[in-house]
Design a protein around this ligand. Sequence first.
Ligand SMILES: NC(=O)c1ccc[n+]([C@@H]2O[C@H](COP(=O)([O-])OP(=O)(O)OC[C@H]3O[C@@H](n4cnc5c(N)ncnc54)[C@H](O)[C@@H]3O)[C@@H](O)[C@H]2O)c1
Length: 425
Amino acid sequence: MDYKQGAYKVRDLSLADAGRMRIEWAESRMPVLMRLRDKYAAAKPFKGYKITGCLHVTKETAVLIETLAACGAEVAWSGCNPLSTNDEVAAALAKSGIEIYAWHGMNTEEFYWCIDRTIDKTPHLTLDDGADLIFTVHNRFPEKADTIIGGSEETTTGVHRLRAMAADGKMLYPVYAVNDAETKWDFDNVYGTGQSTLDGVLRATSVLIAGKNVVVAGYGHCGRGVAMRAKGLGANVIVTEVKPTAALKAILEGNSVMTMEDAAKVGDIFITATGMSDVVRGRHFAKMKDGAIVCNTGHYDVELNLKELAELSKDTRVIRANNREYTLENGRRVYVLADGRLVNLAAAEGHPSEVMDMSFANQFMAHLTLVQAHERGDALQPIVYDLPQELDQEIASVKLETMGLSIDSLTEEQVAYATDYAAGT
Ligand SMILES: NC(=O)c1ccc[n+]([C@@H]2O[C@H](COP(=O)([O-])OP(=O)(O)OC[C@H]3O[C@@H](n4cnc5c(N)ncnc54)[C@H](O)[C@@H]3O)[C@@H](O)[C@H]2O)c1
């Protein structure tokens, strides 16, 4: 481990050159974020602001971190999942002077040690994916909130928790729900999770997807993306849900729908994408076919009850990277990927750069909005805010432009028609 107090703790600094090339590759696929870097690098709107982040240390996150730094921010970072850090990228960031505490395979105690080191910096802004950083500030270092002007949250699970905290009146500073922006939730969670989850399953198993019964738990944004991509590879997709409208959408979009109780008996590959705990538990594992593959792509490792699986098992071994075989007392074998943590980040590289481009453009704009409001003296409430909808259209429009695509615009007559309540047939 390479460690310098107040500077970095990463697996191996000598990986930095390889990490730099990964970051450059991501930069070449993230034109919207790179445009923001170009636009604001001279004015440096974040000069004098310390931004502390807790978000998967991937090549795409490095592009965000270096964009914030290029625009004047002093940044300190930790990873938001023990298995999602890319050690090469972390080394490259440390070598280029970013304060970073992250390595692949850390334990829970080390995870919070890293977050604490970033809070040592006394940040002005926090940037979360899953809300671990903001909860650490609130629960253990509330005095640090005095100098924090605001924060942002990247994922569904984090936003749910923050809204619950705000409803209880417990939030100490305002937070932008980046997840809920259309150019994030409807793209990153759908197409990003869809592709990268299948990528994770394939890297950990190399099985044929065609002809398999793929059970997707949860038909929200992520689950719909996963189902779409599994179907594209030839799977028969079975959806489990708890929300009637989501189940209806799943069936009308060509999937089968059943309970997990029934799906457990017929599934070949199980992928949870709910944000809920205990979606697959002992009684489900006990019914699975020999050779069933089970993984999770929701934020926390609570969707698969691996404790109950272990209690049902007589033997376990790691059969290949990110793939653990459990032999049950009934003689059947079940394969759990990435210890039940987000399979797309632990076993693959997370979302493709192209889709993170828009998510991180939203993150950048959330922080810029907070800084600008602070400088104008606008008092934001300690609640969860949505980003303005116009921003979605602006980000999508730049994205289209960088893809070389043009779209139509409404004529004056069409605008008038759309609001003409006197018009009939
Ligand atoms: N892997 C990644 O990179 C990645 C990316 C984005 C979001 N996420 C995470 O994925 C999870 C889902 O996010 P989302 O944006 O799809 O949320 P969402 O709210 O759009 O969808 C979740 C769906 O799960 C369903 N559900 C809840 N409990 C269930 C249960 N017990 N059984 C079956 N279905 C159930 C809900 O009814 C809902 O339709 C969250 O934890 C989110 O933070 C992961």
